[in-house]
Design a protein around this ligand. Structure first.
Ligand code: OAD
Length: 235
């Protein structure tokens, strides 16, 4: 089976009702990114940050994977699929994708404020306990914090993502403005000659030597088209 590697961003979940970050009315317009997505913001007002992610987690309970997520999961019947996502929601997993790398963390997990990337302290929350309170402690005694990679923090999963990207026979980008590194740089690890597809309803500026096959559609419609193309060309 061919290795199909897919990089997804907020646009993947837009049709599920989760807003993107940089589109008009996006999350960063309503909540200053410095306040809710940086270590400095967390240090300045941890309660506000904990609460912001409690709200995001609560939203997970009311949204469903969209057709784009489902079609992507179905491709596992014909390809060895790896999803590299910048999204912190769990919609790829809930749609049935089995190999998902979360570059920016996961809403459903919490960790230590002192050693956020130490696996000993990362804990999965059950939906009935999605709310984290000020005073809840990780196993090292520090305040429990969201397992989210904030701006300025290391991105440990990038190594694994690069390895998969280098092994891709087909590379697909869905719903990301490619503004945030290192995720946006993954395309540089795609081997020369590997077909690259990009699904996004808007123009995305891509700087790379690869020829990009653009599908100018939303995630669901775009995935339908991609599925047809892949079946015709590679199965
Ligand atoms: P952005 O909000 O920057 O970009 C969203 C992209 O999705 C844009 O290119 C939109 O055109 C596209 N889009 C909108 N609706 C769509 C739809 N229905 N179908 C497909 N695409 C659609 O989000 P990201 O690129 O994911 O990081 O942002 C990257 C990172 O920046 C996020 O992971 C987050 C953010 O700050 C952290 O929080 C660390």
């Amino acid at each position: 089976m061919k290795n199909l590697v897919v990089l997804t961003g907020a646009g993947m979940s837009a049709e599920s009702g989760i807003s993107t970050f940089r589109d008009a009315g996006g999350l960063w317009e309503r909540y200053p990114v410095e306040q809710v997505a940086t270590p400095e913001g967390y240090a300045a007002n941890p309660k506000l940050v904990i609460n912001f992610y409690n709200e995001r987690r609560k939203q997970l309970l009311s949204v469903q994977p969209n057709k784009g997520h489902l079609l992507l999961a179905e491709l596992e019947n014909q390809f060895k699929v790896t999803v590299i996502t910048q999204n912190v929601d769990n919609l790829h997993e809930r749609a049935g994708s089995r190999n998902v790398i979360h570059l920016h963390g996961e809403l459903t997990k919490v960790t230590s404020s002192l050693q956020p990337n130490n696996p000993k302290f990362i804990r999965e929350l059950r939906p009935e306990n999605y709310e984290v309170h000020w005073g809840d402690k990780a196993d090292d005694g520090s305040q429990l914090r969201p397992f989210i990679v904030w701006f300025g923090e290391p991105v440990p999963m990038i190594e694994k993502a690069i390895e998969y990207t280098e092994s891709a026979d087909i590379f697909v980008i869905i719903g990301t403005s490619l503004n945030v590194y290192p995720a946006a740089g993954l395309l540089n690890y795609v081997r020369p000659g590997v077909p690259v597809y990009l699904i996004d309803p808007k123009e995305v500026k891509v700087t790379s030597g690869h020829k990009i096959n653009v599908i100018r559609k939303g995630a669901s419609e775009g995935m339908e088209e991609l599925k047809n193309v892949l079946q015709k060309e590679f199965v």
